[in-house]
Design a binder for this molecule. Structure first.
Ligand code: ADP
Length: 334
């Protein structure tokens, strides 16, 4: 009966699309960002111009891909979607760029993982709407300049710091997505429940919202799992008992933290006296890829005040000792 560990990575994308809002008005939360974007979109549309290149920054599952698709819908334009790791050679990127249409959206996810040669091609394309293409080899090689239609690059990243300055400077619109509050998540849960035709009681939706790590993707995933519990163990209605039972079985506590979250905090306390400890060392100790640790686990633990990033490494806070029921003074004197 040990709890199943749930990692919420992009791998389980199946069915995610039906829950994606299509237009800005259905997109919950991120109020200021939405307000600004709707003005920029309307202005571009009224001028029949392409929207400026747009940079979306934020932890996984907060709605970057969803927003890219919304931008295309609101602009009444086409969208092509790819992810930087899928672009291997310059010709992969050139192939897409030479096929984009006027005023359309080109979305690159995980743009911080773009290879340098491709990155260079991209920022020339963004700035001058052309690419330099080398034909032939050796002394007979020559460069051909290929003009491109005016398009909008929407680049998404979980790590703004890992994107080079020349690239990030070429985005005219910068959007930082924040974790969602309980009320916004509750609205997302109720909307998703309606789409999935699953019944959830109001206070159960509030409780689930509170345990969803501020993240819509997690809220939606948990909703689907709780629907399973409700269908099999009860009458199909998700009530607070089902939420509590289901989350316990999934290893999620009343603060919305997963087993690995608590394990990370406990490891720093038990093995590194509360820190500081570097990301590489910590990643080995907890058996998690550095990327997942830095992009998924840490941002939420930091936002919730359990963890601090210092120049010398990660340190837990007094709140983490409290969460785990460990006496901080006892530790220090030991
Ligand atoms: P990201 O690209 O940032 O990892 P996604 O755009 O794939 O995140 O969003 C994950 C899921 O969360 C999507 O299925 C979408 O339905 C839902 N979602 C994200 N943001 C919102 C929002 N603001 N309102 C409603 N649903 C959202």
């Amino acid at each position: 009966d040990s709890p199943v560990s749930v990692t919420f990575q992009a791998s389980d994308e199946k069915n995610e699309n039906i829950l994606r809002p299509q237009y800005l008005e259905d997109f919950q939360g991120q109020k200021q960002l939405k307000e600004n974007l709707s003005i920029f979109i309307k202005a571009a549309r009224d001028r029949s111009e392409a929207l400026d290149h747009t940079f979306l920054v934020g932890p996984p599952g907060l709605g970057k891909t969803t927003l890219a698709a919304i931008i295309a819908n609101e602009m009444h334009s086409e969208i092509r979607m790819t992810s930087a790791p899928a672009l291997d050679k310059p010709k992969d990127l050139a192939g897409i760029l030479t096929n984009v249409t006027e005023n359309s959206i080109f979305f690159i996810d995980e743009i911080h993982r773009l290879k340098p040669a491709l990155e260079e091609m991209l920022y020339i394309a963004m700035e001058d709407f052309e690419i330099d293409w080398v034909i032939g080899q050796g002394p007979s090689a020559r460069t051909m300049r290929i003009p491109l239609p005016k398009f909008t690059l929407v680049g998404a990243t979980t790590k703004a710091g890992a994107v080079s300055t020349p690239l990030s400077e070429r985005f005219g619109i910068n959007c930082h997505l924040e974790y969602y509050d309980d009320e916004e998540l509750k609205n997302i849960i109720l909307r998703s429940a309606a789409i999935l035709k699953c019944k959830i009681e109001d206070d159960a939706a509030s409780l689930l919202a509170h345990c969803s790590r501020g993240t819509p993707r997690i809220a939606n995933r948990l909703l689907k799992r709780l629907r399973d519990f409700a269908d099999i163990l009860s009458d199909g209605v998700i009530n607070t008992n089902i939420v509590k039972h289901g989350l316990t079985k999934l290893g999620i506590d009343s603060n919305g933290l997963e087993r690995q979250d608590r394990n990370i905090l406990k490891t720093i306390i038990d093995f590194y006296d509360g820190g500081p400890v570097g990301a590489d060392t910590l990643s080995i100790s907890v058996g998690e890829a550095v990327e997942t640790l830095e992009d998924f686990y840490e941002p939420y633990l930091i936002q919730q005040g359990y963890l601090k990033r210092t120049p010398r490494g990660r340190c837990v806070t007094a709140k983490a000792y409290e969460l785990l029921g460990i006496n901080i003074e006892g530790r220090k004197n030991a």
